[in-house]
Design a protein around this ligand. Structure first.
Ligand code: ASP
Length: 330
């Protein structure tokens, strides 16, 4: 029998209706609503964040608490399942993938669109299958399991607020599909890790996202560029932006001041290709870094992680474009 640690962070999965809105309730109630946990082929122990939250309140403090919890229990358990709200699950999965270098166990995040107490809930299947995958010990990475699909954690995006299939992995294949059997796509999964685990707990919040739109004002661009040292620039199509002089000058000034600017496409699928169009050539020229096909969630958390390592500007640039945890296709 495998030993699995179930870590409850909050989210719809464990919520009840109070005063016309949903708020987190306690984990023991969740366990009694899901007796199947006691009889699922693994020994499942449980713990929780000091105060379970709606994942919209997720921040660095909880990421560090979560990472510490896994770190402290790493040798004791064969795998980990994190119950998490779906709203920021893609951010947490991406962040944990960077925090855990050389991981050789499964860390599976899951949640649900309907609370566990509701008859048509998707929570039961999600939790039971996530526990089975974690107990299998085959997948050695941080993943999201949701509605019959296992995804690489740093490749997912929440795409639907209503449907059970709330996630997609637009630029990387699913790792496994759960039907009568769980079919693993071995060629896409990280199944070995030869080096020792290294857990990174220093995360920087000195980051921002600048989403471009037609007619964006200079004041808006300048305020966001001034606000942080690391900026994700969400551009159009394959990495294109306005070529107006003031815009390029603002970017140039920020980069001269040692800020890191990463180009990520607003499109769900595909990749940034700086220089393909005239409208992205100047970005490359002033030193905007291509984020290739990373999701915004992966790029942002990667930048938070790299800045937390206190690397110099050129090392951050080099590592942004490198494949650290399978988050980028290069
Ligand atoms: N607002 C909830 C959360 O992210 C939604 C969910 O759990 O799916 O915590």
């Amino acid at each position: 029998m495998k030993n699995i640690l179930l870590i409850y962070t909050g989210g719809t999965i464990g919520m009840i209706q109070k005063n016309n809105s949903l708020s987190p309730f306690n984990f023991d109630e969740l366990k009694s609503a899901l007796p199947e946990i006691q009889d699922c082929g693994s020994v499942v122990s449980h713990t929780k964040l000091s105060s379970p939250i709606d994942s919209s309140n997720m921040n660095i403090k909880q990421w560090v608490e979560l990472a510490n919890c896994i770190k402290e229990n790493y040798k004791k358990y064969d795998g980990f399942v994190i119950l998490h709200g779906s709203d920021t699950m893609a951010y947490t999965a991406s962040m944990l993938s960077f925090m855990f270098e050389n991981i050789d166990k499964s860390v599976i995040l899951t949640g649900s669109q309907l609370p566990i107490g509701i008859k048509r809930t998707d929570a039961k299947e999600n939790i039971i299958t996530a526990i089975e995958i974690a107990g299998n010990s085959f997948v050695k990475e941080v993943c999201v399991y949701f509605e019959y699909q296992l995804y690489r954690g740093n490749r997912v995006v929440k795409v639907n607020a209503d449907n059970f299939d709330a996630f997609q992995s637009p630029n990387y294949p699913v790792l496994a599909q759960a039907g009568v059997k769980i079919k693993y796509k071995k060629q896409y999964i990280n199944t070995t890790s030869k080096l020792d685990l290294n857990v990174h707990l220093n995360i920087s919040d000195d980051v921002s996202i600048l989403k471009l739109f037609p007619s964006i004002k200079k004041e808006t661009v300048s305020a966001i560029l001034n606000s942080s040292s690391g900026i994700i620039l969400e551009t159009f199509g394959s990495g294109n932006a306005t070529t107006q002089d003031w815009f390029i000058e603002e970017l140039n000034r920020a980069i001269q001041n040692k800020k890191t600017i990463v180009n990520i496409s607003q499109c769900l699928s595909g990749s940034v290709n700086q220089g393909h169009y005239q409208t992205s050539k100047l970005l490359k020229k002033v030193g905007v870094i291509s984020g290739h096909d990373m999701t915004t969630e992966a790029a942002l958390t990667k930048l938070m992680f790299l800045q937390g390592l206190k690397l110099n500007h050129s090392d951050i640039k080099q590592k942004i474009e490198a494949n650290l945890r399978g988050e980028i296709s290069i």
